[in-house]
Design a protein around this ligand. Sequence first.
Ligand SMILES: Nc1ncnc2c1ncn2[C@@H]1O[C@H](COP(=O)(O)OP(=O)(O)OP(=O)(O)O)[C@@H](O)[C@H]1O
Length: 221
Amino acid sequence: MEIIRVENMSKSFGRAKVLDDVSLVCDWGKVYGLVGDNGSGKTTLFRCLTGMASYEGMIRKGEWVTVGYLPADNFFYPLVTGYEYIEFCLRAYGKKVNRKQIDYLNTKMFRLPLGRYASEYSTGMQKKLGFMAVCLQGPDLYILDEPFNGIDLKGCIQMKQLIRNLKAQWKTVIVSSHRLDALHEVCDTIYYLREGKLLKGFAHRSVEDIERFILHEEEEA
Ligand SMILES: Nc1ncnc2c1ncn2[C@@H]1O[C@H](COP(=O)(O)OP(=O)(O)OP(=O)(O)O)[C@@H](O)[C@H]1O
């Protein structure tokens, strides 16, 4: 059952077309990966899916479907603690703040010093804080822009586990990364974006097959 459908969607900045006739369908309870070169349009696609950027074409999702977005680079104001950041995100989402719930998830999974200023966290800790806020929002559709960037080995293992848990709860996840190995472990389908075109979707294919396609796509496309 589909949660979001994109049909013939394009996006231009001035005269530069950065997304070109993209079509894709995502189903409930599935995990989708998005790979592509730097500048191929992954973040722009995510911004269109979340409604943060305008586009041509069609993006259709159910009226009641909620979307959570983890940007590639989160900004943290100085003198704002981890707790305050999470509480702000939840309030902005219209959710009641519950410290017990925050502490439970933090103790079980993220282990962040939530009383400290978030702007003084390491890159990986900031990434985890952003993801924790999205998890607590509890949307139907998770859009995660490079969640594996900057996090340590344990954090990476936990991130994969969290994505698997979301799938088990029938949530849908769309996740971009340059880490094909990590995506391959958690995704049902991996889409390959090249120069704004969604060139191929890979399901039940080995990492080696996908790498081979990406390296030799010029000849195969
Ligand atoms: N606000 C903007 N104004 C003009 N051009 C933009 C803007 N935002 C993105 N672009 C351009 O759109 C193209 C796609 O950028 P985007 O950030 O979506 O790529 P990406 O696939 O996420 O890259 P990366 O892997 O480096 O994060 C790039 O050529 C970029 O310069």
